[in-house]
Design a protein around this ligand. Structure first.
Ligand code: NAD
Length: 334
C-alpha cells in the first residue's frame, strides 16, 4: 500500500493506493469520526462493490445505509443530489454522518457536493472506481453537477477526509474507460513532468495488459502531481491547471488529441486514443462548446499549450479564426 499526502493545512488528507483496499474496514474507519456512514454509488458499480464496502464498515461497528443512484452523466444534476439530501433527511442524519462516494467521477462529484452543502458540510470519503477518477476527479476537491446550459457549472470546492484507491476495481472497468484515464495520465506527463512522460513511453507498451504494479505506480505519480498542483494553487494562486484542456478536449468518453511531437503521437496511438473527432461534430459546434467551458475567463478562451514536454503555459492569444482552423484539421473524414 502506498500513500500520497495532500498538504492543505487543516484540510490536508491522505490518498492511499493499493490492491483490494475496498474491504479494509479499518482503513475506511480511520477517515471517519462518528459511527454512521451513508455509502453512495450507482447501479452499475453497486453490483460488484457496494456489498464488500458495506460489510467492511459493519465489521468496524459502523452502521451503513446504501443509496444507489442511476448511472450516467445525464443524471449528474442538482435533482439527483437533492435525492441524496432527501435520503439523509428522511433518516434524520446529523452532522456526524460521513458520506462515502463509491464510483467514477460522476458519483464522486455529486457526493462531494451533497457533503459540502448538507447541514453546511459533513465529512466525505472518496473511493474512486474508474482510472479517470483515481488519477484526477477524486483528488483536488472540485465537486459539482451539470446545468442544462453547461457542464459542471454548479459546484463547490470541498475536500474529502481521505481518498482510497483500490486498483483491483479496474478489472471490471470497460476498455474505453481505461483509455480515458490513460489519456489523463499522459497529460500529466506532458504538462508537468517530462521524466514521467518518458517513463510512461518506456513502460506503457500494451494498453490491454496493464500490470498491477505499473498501474499503482502510474496512479501514485499522477496523484502526486495533482497534489503538487493543488498545494501550489493554494499557496500561489493560478498555475497551468491540470484540469485544463491541453491540445485536445475530452467530450463524453472520447478523447480528441492533437499532437505535433512524434513522441506524443507514438504514445497516444499505442494507447489507442483517438486523434481525430467524429465528422458528426462540426468545428463550429466544438468551438461553441469550448466557449461554455469553465476555462473561459472574462469572455476569453484560455489554452494550455506546451513549450516542451513537461512545460506548459497558459495562453489567451489564439484568435477565433486560428482556433477554428486548427479544429477543422482534426475532424475525422468519415
Ligand atoms: P463515470 O463516473 O460516468 O464512469 C464511467 C462509467 O464506468 C460509468 O458507467 C460507471 O458506472 C462505470 N464504472 C465506474 N467504475 C467501474 C468499475 N470499477 N467497473 C465497471 N464499471 C465502472 O465517468 P468518469 O470518467 O469516472 O468521470 C467523468 C466525470 O468526472 C465527469 O462528470 C467529469 O465532469 C468529472 N470530472 C471531475 C473532475 C474533478 O476535478 N472533480 C475532474 C475530471 C472529471
Amino acid at each position: 500500500m502506498e500513500s500520497v499526502r495532500v498538504a492543505l493545512a487543516e484540510r490536508s488528507y491522505d490518498i492511499v493506493i493499493g490492491e483490494s483496499l475496498l474491504s479494509r474496514g479499518s482503513l475506511l474507519a480511520k477517515n471517519m469520526t462518528g459511527d454512521r456512514a451513508v455509502l453512495i454509488t450507482n447501479d452499475t458499480v453497486a453490483q460488484w462493490y457496494a456489498q464488500p464496502v458495506q460489510t467492511a464498515l459493519e465489521t468496524q461497528g459502523i452502521a451503513v445505509d446504501l443509496v444507489v443512484l442511476p448511472d450516467g452523466e445525464a443524471h449528474k444534476t442538482l435533482d439527483t443530489v437533492s435525492g441524496i439530501w432527501d435520503a439523509l433527511l428522511q433518516k434524520q442524519y446529523g452532522r456526524d454522518v460521513t458520506l462515502i462516494a463509491l464510483g467514477g467521477g460522476v458519483v464522486g462529484d455529486m457526493v462531494g457536493l451533497a457533503a459540502a452543502l448538507y447541514q453546511r458540510g459533513v465529512k466525505f470519503i472518496q473511493i474512486p472506481t474508474t482510472l479517470l477518477a483515481q488519477v484526477d476527479s477524486s483528488v483536488g476537491g472540485k465537486t459539482g453537477v451539470n446545468h442544462p446550459l453547461g457542464k459542471n457549472m454548479i459546484g463547490a470546492f470541498y475536500q474529502p477526509q481521505g481518498v482510497i484507491i483500490d486498483t483491483a476495481v479496474l478489472q471490471t472497468l470497460p476498455q474505453r474507460e481505461i483509455s480515458a484515464g490513460l489519456a489523463e495520465v499522459v497529460k500529466y506527463g506532458l504538462i508537468w513532468d517530462a521524466a514521467f512522460f518518458s517513463e510512461l513511453e518506456t513502460r506503457l507498451t500494451r494498453v490491454d495488459a496493464l500490470e498491477p504494479e505499473l498501474v499503482a505506480w502510474m496512479i501514485r505519480r499522477a496523484c502526486e502531481i495533482k497534489a503538487e498542483v493543488e498545494e501550489m494553487q493554494a499557496k500561489y494562486g493560478k498555475v497551468p491547471g491540470l484540469a485544463a484542456v491541453l491540445v485536445g478536449a475530452r467530450k463524453d468518453s472520447q478523447t480528441y488529441v492533437r499532437m505535433k511531437k512524434k513522441a506524443c503521437r507514438r504514445l497516444i496511438e499505442r494507447l489507442q486514443l483517438p486523434t481525430r473527432y467524429p465528422c458528426s461534430v462540426t468545428p463550429d459546434k466544438l468551438f461553441a462548446a469550448m466557449r461554455l467551458d469553465k476555462k473561459v475567463l472574462r469572455g476569453q478562451l484560455r489554452f494550455i499549450l506546451l513549450k516542451a514536454i513537461g512545460k506548459a503555459v497558459i495562453s489567451t492569444q489564439a484568435s477565433d479564426e486560428h482556433v477554428l482552423s486548427v479544429l477543422s484539421q482534426f475532424k475525422s473524414e468519415q
